[in-house]
Write a protein that binds this ligand. Sequence first.
Ligand code: HEC
Length: 155
Amino acid sequence: MSMRTRPARVSCAALAGCLALTAARLLGSPALAHTAGILDPMAFDTTDGRQIYAHVCRGCHMPDAGGAVGAGHYPALAKNPALASRQYMALTILAGRRNMPAFGARHALGDGGPAMMLNEVQIAAVTNYVRSHFGNHYKDRITAAEVHALDSTSP
Ligand code: HEC
């Protein structure tokens, strides 16, 4: 009887999160992402909050923004009282928060090079989109200038 070791398999309970990260890594190489047909890098020129959510956030926070619990904990953004502060939300996207990756260039690059970056216009757009959808009804909006100010004052 032969003893064969199975190749180690990376377990990925929070599959969606892993997929998002994989896609994010691939995006580092636009040509690769393009050939792989995973994501059209051009899509990230979009300043449409809904599209940014779909491409960047949905993998972890789920299509209904209901969050997920698996290998990690991905908080719901739907009906989330923490989103009352537009600055808190924008800063989370800019600088990351524990297991949430940073998407602002300054922080993302400091982390040793992920992934994917969003500019200030995109961060404002996705913040405003999430805060006015998924059962969130916050009326105030954040501007790209305010995101810029937050970025320059954040540690
Ligand atoms: C790779 C997975 C992942 C991606 C992609 C991701 N997030 Fe998160 N997010 C997390 C995790 C994990 C947390 C919880 C962080 C913590 O421990 O406080 C979080 C927390 C947050 C919070 C704070 C919620 C609260 O109740 O305090 C907001 C807001 C948020 N994410 C928005 C977004 C937006 C908008 C996007 C897309 C631009 C996004 N996230 C993309 C994983 C992700």
